[in-house]
Design a protein around this ligand. Sequence first.
Ligand code: HEC
Ligand code: HEC
Length: 201
Amino acid sequence: MPSSWTLAAAAVTALAITATPALAADGKALFADKGCTACHGENARTPIQAGYPVLAGQNAAYVLQQLKDIKSGARANGQIPDTMKPVVADIAESDLGALADYLGTLGRFADVTAHGPADSPGRQLYLTKTCIACHGKEGNKPVMANYPYLAGQDKAYLLQQMKDIKAGLRKNGSVAAMQPVMHLVSEPEMEAIADYLSNVK
Ligand code: HEC
Ligand code: HEC
């Protein structure tokens, strides 16, 4: 084997080893560099205004599906076209994955046994209108990796999503699983549920 080949191969190997860490996308850095912090907060936990979602601790598989659907236009309800769509337009899918993984690693609450007001009307509705079957106890234990956490979410955001899913304005991802139960809840009932879920701390 010619020694020049050996040297070249060794150089390529060394390059691959040193280059890998630099190429692996850092979700935390991306979250700041891509401007996500401006609307969702430094820590993804304190959105700057009502109607903007908390992202910290959300299921990574759910988040990645949403980011891909927002980028492709499959999810275009509410404020998505004016706020999110332009931001994700130029972000590569691998970076969307890194962002989703980062958000999934953040704890949603300081205390994993977080719970909400024991006997609010919204809690009774949450228990009786089948929501618990998919989103789990207190909205804090989704049954599938691509189902979202609801506990501690912004109230106005929760209400808007419920209305949009019921009306068929949001129909991306796995929404088809949930849409058929939404006839069970009126708008005042959705508001009561949103109030309850946003108060799970
Ligand atoms: C200009 C403000 C703004 C910026 C910047 C922004 N977002 Fe958003 N984001 C929103 C709003 C508002 C919504 C909810 C829109 C709606 O449904 O009405 C949202 C929704 C989302 C959702 C869906 C949440 C869920 O529970 O389904 C994800 C995920 C998300 N943003 C991630 C990101 C990431 C990652 C970035 C940076 C690449 C980012 N956002 C940048 C405003 C923003
Ligand atoms: C059969 C399973 C199922 C049931 C029952 C169900 N959901 Fe969902 N829900 C889902 C899935 C799946 C999604 C996410 C869909 C997607 O975008 O991929 C979702 C999304 C949501 C969202 C949007 C979350 C976000 O971050 O944007 C809210 C709010 C919500 N559900 C509330 C409820 C409420 C309240 C009930 C009861 C009235 C309910 N769901 C019943 C499966 C269900």
